[in-house]
Design a protein around this ligand. Structure first.
Ligand SMILES: Cc1cc2nc3c(=O)[nH]c(=O)nc-3n(C[C@H](O)[C@H](O)[C@H](O)COP(=O)(O)O)c2cc1C
Length: 186
């Protein structure tokens, strides 16, 4: 059985954790999963030898990583020939208000349009505040944003908002849509 690609971009590391979770769920469902950080040389050797692919990154200053855009665009031809799922990690996705939800979805949709990907399933994934990893200035800015948007302002520790059950449901929905073993809808 050909592997399923999980290609991701991360800036502070949380999307790596999300991608690892997706890969682990795929393995539990009986698939081979190949994790690729698109900012590493491993991304250059990725080709159409997969049966399906997850592609995702995180939002910083209202856009996804350039490396993710580059990866998706330059591999668009073979990605178009297989079932693809797209995920976008952001703090907007962690907020309950409608404006933030619309913003998170808009950024994901823009990514899809710009790259020409045709995902079968998409997901906005609530991200994390990694205060302990930010430099002084970034910590100040993120604390201010968190204060305005209802996130935690306790900078002594990191805060994760990801709904892991929903992420598992995303994997299962995609497998079901793509008619791959292990898929189920809830
Ligand atoms: C400098 C900076 C800018 C950010 N800008 C946005 C933003 O414009 N919109 C948003 O929803 N989240 C924003 N975030 C939140 C990130 O998307 C969130 O922290 C995510 O978990 C980062 O994932 P990563 O660790 O994989 O890079 C920002 C975070 C940082 C540190």
């Amino acid at each position: 059985m050909q592997p399923i690609l999980v290609a991701y971009a991360t800036t502070e590391g949380h999307t790596r954790k999300v991608a690892e979770f997706i890969a682990e769920r795929l393995r539990i469902r009986g698939h081979r999963a190949e994790l690729v950080d698109v900012a590493t040389p491993a991304a250059q050797v990725a080709s159409g030898t997969y049966q399906a692919a997850f592609v995702g990154g995180s939002v910083h200053q209202h856009k996804h990583q350039d490396a993710l855009l580059h990866f998706a665009k330059s591999n668009q031809a073979w990605l178009a020939a297989m079932p693809v799922a797209v995920f976008s990690v952001s703090l907007a996705a962690a907020q309950d208000d409608m404006d933030s939800r619309i913003e998170a979805r808009r950024l994901l949709d823009e990514f899809v349009v710009e790259t020409g990907l045709r995902p079968w399933v998409v997901r906005n994934v609530a991200g994390a505040l990694k205060y302990t990893q930010y430099d002084y200035f970034k910590r100040l800015v993120m604390r201010l944003i968190a204060k305005q948007r209802g996130g935690s302002t306790d900078t002594s520790q990191d805060h994760e908002y990801t709904d892991w059950d929903d992420l598992e449901a995303f994997v299962d929905e995609f497998l079901a849509e793509a008619h791959l073993p292990g898929g189920r809808t809830r």
